[in-house]
Each structure stands twice: as C-alpha cells, then as structure tokens.
Design a binder for this molecule. Structure first.
Ligand code: PMP
Length: 358
C-alpha cells in the first residue's frame, strides 16, 4: 500500500492525526498530574478547564452569541429526538421537514409526545433530493430540520425562512463545523460528536437561553435546564470524549476555522462528484442541487459489483465505504479530518476498478 489507511466511515469517523498524536503523547500523564484525563475527577480544576476550553473554542468557531448556551449531553443525537419536543413543545404544535431516515426517526419520537405536522417530505423520490420549503407561514413551537442527511447524502445549505414566532431546530450531526451556518438562524442546534467533533459519547446542544425552561415534571436528565444550570455537570459528563472534542475543536481553529473547512470540503466533494458524473461506470443517486459535501453515496450497476468494490477497496486501504445498511451501495464520508489525498486515492481506486470490470 502506498498510502495510509483512509477511513470513509460515516461515524464514528476519521479524526485528525495531529489530535490522536497529541492525546497519545499525554495519555498517561496529563499536564504533570501523573494521571490520564480518563482518571481525572470531573470536579477537578484540570477537567473544568478542559470543559471551559472546549466550549470557548466551539463558541469562537461558530460565533455563538452570549445568549446561547452550549450543553454537553449524553445519549447521542437520538436522545435529542425526544429532548427537543419534551423541552420546546409548549403549545403542542410542532413541524418537521422530512428529508431522510434520520428525520423520520426524529418525527417518530416527537409523535410520542406531541402533534406533528410534516411540512414537506421527499420520501416519494427516495430522498434523492431535498423537500422544498421556502417560507414557513404558520406558527409552530419549532420547525425541525436535518441539515445534512447522512444516509441519503443531501444537505440544506440554504435554510427555509421562519416567521417571527417560529424557531428553527436543527439536527446538524453530520455537517456541524464543516459548512458555515449562522447560529442566530436557529433556536436550537444539536449534533452527536462522532463525525466532525470527536469520538462517540458526547452530544453538543446549542440553545438560545430564553427557550430553556424549568419543567418540574420532566425527568431531570431530560431537561435542558439541568445542563444549563449545572454547566453540563449535574452528573458525571463523558470526560474523555469532551477532552477529545476540545482537541479537535482547537485543531479546527488552528487549521483556519469553519470557512476554510467548508472550502476544503467543497473541493473534496466537487472532485469526487466530477469523477462520478463523468464516469459511465458509477452513478450518483443524489440530485445535483441537493448534494451534501460530507456524505457522498454512489453505485455501480449491481449490488454484486458494489460488494466487490467495497471488499477490494478495503484490501487497498480504503475502508468503510459501504453505504448504510438500509440503502446499500457505497458512501464516502468526507468529514473535516479526511484529507484531499484520501479523495484522490479513492478516485484512483475507482478508476482502476472501473477499467478492470468494464
Ligand atoms: N442524526 C443524524 C443526521 C445522524 O447521522 C445520526 C447518526 N449517524 C443520528 C442522528 C443518530 O446519532 P446517534 O447515534 O448519536 O444517536
């Protein structure tokens, strides 16, 4: 193999090498404490600093205004499917945009608690394009959108406009920090860490502070108020995952921030999409105007060839290219930590494979 292993997994996903090396160098003895970060009390000054640094870095990267809280929660993005309606649905009127399997899951959870209006759906075209919602005229407690559809490979880079009384809530799990969004366009943003932020185990919630309310009947651990009041330390937070997130966030800043990442991600996605579109061996199931920069699905002419592709690619050091088990085919996830060289290695392999099988 002439190149390192390139990991195209949709998540947990590739992390920056520099971050892994830094964590490795300090693994046994963090800041002369004689302990690993894993062994630090979450109430220690050293860990409190880690948490504060992670938050400060995220605030700088996303230009998060002071009237938004940053919360570190467990339970994955999936728990947010429940916490969002439990905390924000006060009048029982909420709306969702159905752009893929993860939106569907969010809708199904919300329906257990509140009445859900689906404003638009692209289920009828297998989510190969984004459902169109330009302006939300009616009033809802919130409208929920999945900014990047990890499985189907579509992304809302432009957002629907809300009326004054309705806030936008986003599941940004698979494109937070890889495309630029304006935090003030949202009442709440959530994202599982395991794609662009760090290892699995922590979920970031960014929420406007006037939306956080005390709700005595809500289980303590499901209330945003608990996390906001206790600085995400009501109970033991996932300390090591937060430490790794801090390192990734600081790496992102040192690299040049989100705008630069977006530029790089666009270059990576365009290069791969150009190759797929010009090829008569591979096809894209995604409409050109809806394409994600971070998750790129593609197909050959048959499931048998797809299987051979992912097996031979793995043997050549290009791993985790299988599409999600619900859709099959292939999917290349090109998060921030995937270098352009990884995309070039993939294109080289695709080219050789196509010649061999044509
Ligand atoms: N939303 C999106 C857009 C996702 O991609 C995923 C996970 N791949 C989830 C939600 C679920 O995240 P978790 O596994 O952290 O619950």
């Amino acid at each position: 193999m002439t190149h390192p292993i390139y990991n195209f997994s949709a998540g947990p996903a590739v992390m920056p090498q520099a971050v892994l090396k830094e964590a490795h160098a300090h693994f046994l003895n963090y800041q002369q404490s004689g302990m690993s970060v894993m062994e630090l009390s979450h109430r220690s000054a050293l860990f409190e600093q880690i948490l504060a640094d992670a938050e400060a870095s995220l605030r700088r990267l996303m230009a998060i205004p002071d009237n938004y809280k940053v919360l570190f929660v467990q339970g994955g993005a999936s728990l947010q499917f429940s916490m969002v309606p439990l905390n924000l649905a006060h009048t029982n009127r909420v709306a969702y945009i159905d752009s893929g399997s993860w939106s569907q899951k969010a809708i199904a959870e919300a329906k257990k608690h509140v009445e859900v209006t689906v404003l638009a759906s692209s289920a009828d075209v297998n989510y190969s394009e984004l459902p169109q919602v330009n302006i939300v005229e009616d009033t809802y407690d919130y409208v929920h959108i999945t900014t990047n559809n990890t499985i189907e490979g579509t992304a809302f880079l432009e957002l629907p406009r809300m009326n004054d009384k309705t806030i936008l809530v986003a599941d940004m799990s698979s494109n937070i920090l890889s495309s630029t969004y304006n935090v003030t366009d949202f009442g709440l943003i959530y994202a599982g860490a395991q794609k662009n932020i760090g290892p699995a185990g922590v979920t970031i919630v960014i929420v406007r502070d006037d939306l956080i309310q005390t709700q005595p009947l809500l289980p303590t651990m499901l209330s945003y108020d608990t996390y906001a009041t206790a600085n995400s330390m009501y109970n033991t937070p996932p300390t090591f995952a937060i430490y790794m997130a801090k390192l990734v966030l600081e790496w992102l800043e040192a690299e040049g921030g989100v705008a630069l990442m977006e530029e790089r991600n666009r270059a990576k996605a365009e290069r791969l999409y150009r190759f797929i579109d010009e090829s008569d061996f591979y096809t894209s199931p995604v409409a050109p105007t809806s394409r994600s920069l971070t998750n790129i699905p593609f197909l050959t002419a048959s499931p048998t060839l797809d299987k051979q592709f992912t097996q031979e690619a793995a043997a050549a050091g290009l791993v985790n290219l299988e599409g999600h088990r619900s859709v099959g085919g292939m999917r290349a996830s090109l998060y921030n930590a995937m270098p352009l060289a990884g995309v070039d290695a993939l294109i080289d392999f695709m080219s050789v494979f196509a010649k061999k099988k044509s």
